[in-house]
Design a binder for this molecule. Sequence first.
Ligand code: CP
Ligand code: NVA
Length: 312
Amino acid sequence: MTDSNTPRHFLTVLDLTPEELRGLVRRATELKTAGRSGEAYEPLKNRILGMIFEKSSTRTRVSFEAGMAQFGGHAIFLSPRDTQLGRGEPIEDSARVLSRMVDCVTIRTFAQDTLERFAAFSRVPVINALTDMYHPLQLLADMQTWFEHRGDIKGKTVLWVGDGNNMCHSYINAARQFDFRLRIACPEGYDPEDSVLQRAGTRCEIIRDPMAAAEAVDLVVTDVWASMGQEEEHARREKAFAGYQVNDELMARADREALFMHCLPAHRGEEVTASVIDREDSLVWEEAGNRMHSQKALLEFLLCDPAWTISG
Ligand code: CP
Ligand code: NVA
């Protein structure tokens, strides 16, 4: 935290500096390696993370709960179904109350504005656990996974295939922060938000033809065609995205050493074939596992004296 009245938040990938993000990625790998020794490291003893989830989650919820337990702290799961949030208590009031009781809050919700309003009234750091607009936590894990296998991503070319959704927006922001090029292959009508894209300048471009876009890329990333909250659009989206599947033919266009990532959950036979996601050397399981390590690094950064490593 910068001072006791202004906590640092992680609402988008742009909330940390490029140096801080790189420091987090390094730290995540350190924590992962140290964790294997079995030695306890409990920097968050007696600290509490509140977790508000207005949408389903497996990875984000479990990685935070497990990470907090390993750090000696505790996590409280809060569903709108059984808190006053679901009965219309204003988000600002909830923020003022909860942040007097817990040390950090993570929120998965629909509108980015809800998250921002909570953060504006919170005394403690707030972490975006996914909104319709962004999913920055996934980018920490994806970057960690890339760095662990291929080193620096600066100057590399990443291909996003599919919907210009929350994950795509976070990839655009990550391209700025980590200095990689991003090609976005999406059908017309499903482009990422122009405001997000424009701010990334020339390093991000939309290429309609996914096969052409895949030429020699270093990393291929995709996500579901219908995100949470868009279930009723599924049939329409299936038609629109029909040519936007990550399959063996598309992967063959990419660099020979290209990696494939997916935030999960995946729909085999839709955005990705089983032949790609279930390859023997598929990284998606490690990518999912890295969610916990990278979020532990983030919690440590936001809640402890961050003197540890964050330097160029
Ligand atoms: N990738 C991801 O955020 O997964 P969950 O929806 O299971 O948390
Ligand atoms: N775009 C997906 C990501 C899930 C982790 C969704 O919002 O449902």
